[in-house]
Every structure is written in structure tokens, then in C-alpha cells.
Ligand binder design. Structure first.
Ligand code: AHR
Length: 350
């Protein structure tokens, strides 16, 4: 049964403030008011449908985006970019945005709402790799193409989505291992702060990092590896426990910069110098990591571009028009260490 947009509860609007997307200047005349109108946040679906109206004719591209939540600065950067881009293209794009508050069940609910609304395309970053077969099959049966954004799903669902727009997480882990390998001169003890258990971003980075260390730096040992769920708070907490268990840690690799920044706090509180006594390497390339590198407290970060809105809406328009798109649209990411940090800091937009 199709439900109208009114069947959603807690529809709120986001004020996007001064954010201007990833590296783009705001279009002249684009008002915050227009942005607020576009950035609808659908939090939850109502118990009962309130209307069964036929889908109104909409020439615009209607995209439902089910965001994971707000676990990291990087994630906020991605959300801002998507909402900002839609706000700049209100003549051609309608964005329906849902915040799943870190829960797969909420992402699935939001996707089912999008199907009921009859959106043109559904896009979402799968919080974990598994458990999508049923809802992706429903999308397919409804004839709604799906774009996976920044994370992947397991291979059994390969035929159930149209494209994945993301970084190469295995490559990112390998780059991080090379930074650590160089910093330690090929010898030492490392701890690893993993991302969300079951997330492709965590699995890929772990595979790349651990594999590269094993094959290229056999004298570097990973003494402990535990999830910090991609959050600064948990990154700090887990690093605190690593520091209590091991007094000879040479480096920490965090699967994202937020956890690296949490680890830096823990190292300082333990009376050691982050970036010097214990080398710190992350992933993402958020502004905070560059500031920490300039301050000498962090040693490197591997970029993971969250500025995907242009590619997402381009692919969505093609899919709506029945055109094909590449199965994996891979981001071009950079690798940064302390020597690049000062020059690069002003360019960071997230
Ligand atoms: O999927 C990308 C990862 O998810 C980013 O590295 C992390 O910061 C985010 O929350």
C-alpha cells in the first residue's frame, strides 16, 4: 500500500548554516530558507498509513537517502554535502533524507518508506555488510534502483543494487600500513582501533592494513585490535584499555580519524606524547586530523572522500532515465602525512 509523505512522523527540517558543500561556493541567491525546505529529515514511519493517494506526477528526480547516523565528523561531512547539493538544485531534485541513528533496522524501515513513497532512486550507506537481501529484493521488485554509498554489502546481494559509489577501503588500509611501516622503520608494536563490527569500511581497512603489514613489514606486530565503532568516545576508551595492558605500544592505527583523535586524548592522559612516543595514523582526512598533524600529535591519514553528492545525483539521474552506470564508482583519495598537513589544512572542507 502506498503511503503519502504525510504518513511520516517527526518530519523535521535541518538548518544547514553556512555549510557550502565540499569545495563548492554557494550559488548566488541560494537562501538558507531554501536549504531548510529541501533538507527534510524523516526519522520514523507512522504506525498507520494516513492516505493512499496515487503517486503525484513529479518531473523532479526524487531520491530517498537513508543515512547511518552521526557517528563521525566524516559522516556529518557526507550528510552536509548531500543536503547542500540538493538545496542547490531544488528545481530538479527532491531529497527525502532519513537518519537511522546507527541502527540497521532503522535503515531498513526508511528504505521501506521510500518504496512506499515511490521515490525514483534509493541511496544509502549500509551500516553493516550483511542482512540486506530481503529489503533490496523489495526495491528490485518495486523497480527502484539502489545506489550504495561509501560502504558495500556482501556478494550475495551483488545483483540487487545498481552501483556502489565509494572509496577502496582495502587500498586505504594498505596505505595506512605503509605510513606506519615507514614511521617505525619496519619494526615495532602496533594496536588497531577497528570501525563498526561488520561494516565494509572496517572489514576492508583491516584486511588491507593487516595484510600489508604481514607481507611487507614482518617485524611489526599487531598486539591488539578492537572495535571503537568509528566514534571518538569509544576510540578513546579502547585506547585507554590498550595503554593499561601494553606499555610498549609504538603506533596506533585507527580505522577513522575520529577514533584517532580519541586515541590522542587517551595517550596524553596516560602521560605520553601522541605523534612522538606513540605514532598515530587514521583514515578519512577530516580537518581535525590535519590540525592534529600540524600540532605534531598525529602522523598520517588516508583520505576517504565523503563529498559524493554530485556523483550520487548524477548516477541517480542516469538510472531514472534507464541508462547504465558502472557497478563501482571508485573515489580518488590522497595519502597525507605531517609534512603535507600545513599546506593542505586550508583545503579541508569536512
Ligand atoms: O564508511 C566510511 C566510514 O564511516 C568513515 O571512515 C567513517 O568516519 C564513517 O563513519
Amino acid at each position: 500500500m502506498r503511503k503519502s509523505f504525510l504518513a511520516m512522523t517527526m518530519v523535521a527540517t535541518l538548518s544547514l548554516g553556512l555549510f557550502t558543500g565540499c569545495g563548492s561556493a554557494p550559488q548566488e541567491g541560494a537562501s538558507t530558507e531554501a536549504q531548510e525546505q529541501t533538507a527534510a529529515v524523516v526519522v520514523e514511519k507512522a504506525e498507520e498509513p494516513v492516505a493512499t493517494a496515487a503517486k503525484p506526477a513529479n518531473e523532479k528526480l526524487v531520491v530517498g537517502f537513508a543515512q547511518i547516523g552521526q557517528e563521525s565528523g566524516w559522516r556529518d561531512g557526507e550528510t552536509n554535502d548531500i543536503q547542500w547539493y540538493a538545496a542547490q538544485h531544488t528545481d530538479t531534485i527532491d531529497l527525502v533524507f532519513a537518519d537511522a541513528q546507527q541502527k540497521q533496522e532503522n535503515q531498513i524501515k526508511a528504505i521501506r518508506n521510500f518504496i512506499d513513497m515511490g521515490v525514483d532512486v534509493i541511496a544509502f550507506p549500509p551500516v553493516v555488510e550483511t542482512g540486506w537481501e530481503a529489503v533490496l529484493t523489495e526495491c528490485k521488485e518495486a523497480g527502484i534502483p539502489v545506489i550504495l554509498v561509501d560502504r558495500g554489502v556482501d556478494q550475495s546481494c551483488a545483483d540487487l543494487y545498481a552501483t556502489q559509489i565509494s572509496s577502496d577501503m582495502v587500498w586505504e588500509g594498505q596505505q595506512a600500513a605503509d605510513i606506519v611501516g615507514d614511521l617505525l622503520g619496519g619494526k615495532g608494536k602496533v594496536v588497531e582501533l577497528e570501525g563498526t563490527v561488520g561494516a565494509s569500511a572496517a572489514n576492508g581497512r583491516k584486511e588491507g592494513f593487516d595484510g600489508e603489514l604481514k607481507s611487507k613489514y614482518p617485524d611489526i606486530e599487531i598486539v591488539a585490535s578492537q572495535t571503537g565503532d568509528f566514534t571518538r568516545a569509544l576510540g578513546k576508551e579502547v585506547m585507554e584499555s590498550f595503554l593499561k595492558s601494553y606499555d610498549d605500544i609504538d603506533a596506533v592505527f585507527a580505522h577513522n580519524d575520529d577514533m584517532a583523535l580519541g586515541a590522542i586524548e587517551a595517550i596524553k592522559e596516560a602521560g605520553k606524547k601522541p605523534g612522538v612516543d606513540i605514532k598515530v595514523v587514521g583514515c578519512d582526512g577530516v580537518k581535525g586530523a590535519f590540525e592534529a598533524m600540524v600540532a605534531g600529535e598525529m602522523n598520517g591519514t588516508v583520505e576517504c572522500n565523503p563529498c559524493l553528492a554530485g556523483q550520487i545525483f548524477d548516477a541517480a539521474a542516469k538510472l531514472k532515465a534507464g541508462e547504465s552506470v558502472d557497478k563501482w564508482i571508485v573515489s580518488n583519495d590522497g595519502v597525507f602525512t605531517q609534512k603535507d598537513a600545513e599546506a593542505e589544512l586550508p583545503n579541508r572542507t569536512y
